[in-house]
Design a binder for this molecule. Structure first.
Ligand code: SAM
Length: 276
């Protein structure tokens, strides 16, 4: 397979102030402070499609929080490989899972220089958390990075998390990439994926296409809204946990829905699968 980048994010932004970074743009969407003008410009450009565009980031993050609670609480997982951790926010993976599984280990991977500079100290909070810089779209690089196999025991179940990352991968071999990760995991492991969705419905497909057009032509340069079928393929032959791949907001919501989903909330999906 060619080593040519299949996503702008595989070449870290570094000191290039003309490029927005995914981590900083996401931080801007979540109302954080670790972002620059170029990142807020992406938010402004995408917000022209729909005013509630920040729902995309909140639906994604809230799904991650509920997924972590399920993995630690119900599935009893004590090892986490969180690919594309993002900048630290209110509730990070290790805080959620260590509340339920105090001995849980969390290995964060990201390649963004700001995440490295500001996030590392906050995410590496105790000796059960580790932060490593690697390209999450190169499973070999992640799995063989120094320290990974020492920190996590690959003979025991691990939750592999690719939350809000794969829509930034522009290649069409994302299923192969997840398969390579899954092959390295022990039976009883889980895979979590959330992804921008083209719902292919008359009411929302147009929104998804417009969002994709804005994201991919913004200074960030990526953000694909793939169909349910394309995202489902990423789970390969792993067994989907109920209710399967659904809208992030419909994956075991915290309570009954009393207001309809926004058009933006209809455009992001998530799911969890188990390796048997
Ligand atoms: N996973 C978190 C969540 O769901 O809340 C953060 C998602 S954020 C949208 C995507 C993260 O993936 C960013 O922090 C970005 O730096 C990281 N990322 C994107 N492409 C990457 C790559 N090729 N290698 C490593 N990290 C990458």
């Amino acid at each position: 397979m060619s080593d040519a980048p299949k996503s702008p994010s595989q070449v870290p932004v570094g000191v290039d102030t003309t490029r927005a970074s995914i981590a900083r743009v996401y931080d801007a969407f979540l109302g954080g402070k670790d972002n620059f003008e170029i990142d807020r410009e992406v938010l402004r450009q995408v917000a022209t499609v729909a005013p509630q565009v920040t729902d995309l980031a909140w639906s994604n993050r809230n799904f991650l929080v509920r997924a972590c609670r399920f993995l630690a609480g119900q599935a009893g997982i004590t090892q986490y490989l969180d690919c594309g951790s993002g900048l630290p926010t209110a509730e990070n993976t290790h805080q959620i899972v260590q509340r339920l599984q105090p001995t849980a280990k969390v290995l964060y991977i990201d390649n963004d220089p700001v995440v490295l500079a500001h996030g590392r100290a906050l995410l590496e909070e105790n000796d059960q958390t580790l932060f490593i810089s690697a390209d999450i779209f190169k499973p070999d690089e992640v799995l063989n990075a120094p320290g990974v196999k020492e920190f996590l025991d690959f003979s025991k179940p691990i939750a592999l998390i690719q939350n809000g990352t794969l829509h930034h991968y522009l290649g069409d071999d994302a299923p192969d990439l997840i398969r390579q990760y899954a092959e390295a995991l022990a039976p009883g492991s889980y895979v979590v994926i959330s992804h921008f969705l083209d719902p292919e419905t008359p009411a929302h497909a147009k929104t998804a296409r417009a969002l994709e057009e804005r994201f991919t032509h913004s200074p960030m340069g990526s953000g694909l809204f793939r169909t349910h079928k394309k995202i489902a393929e990423m789970f390969g032959d792993l067994e989907m946990v109920e209710p399967g791949l659904v809208l992030c907001d419909e994956w075991w919501p915290d309570g009954p829905r009393v207001k309809p989903l926004s058009q933006i909330e209809e455009c992001i999906a998530g799911g969890i699968a188990r390796k048997n």
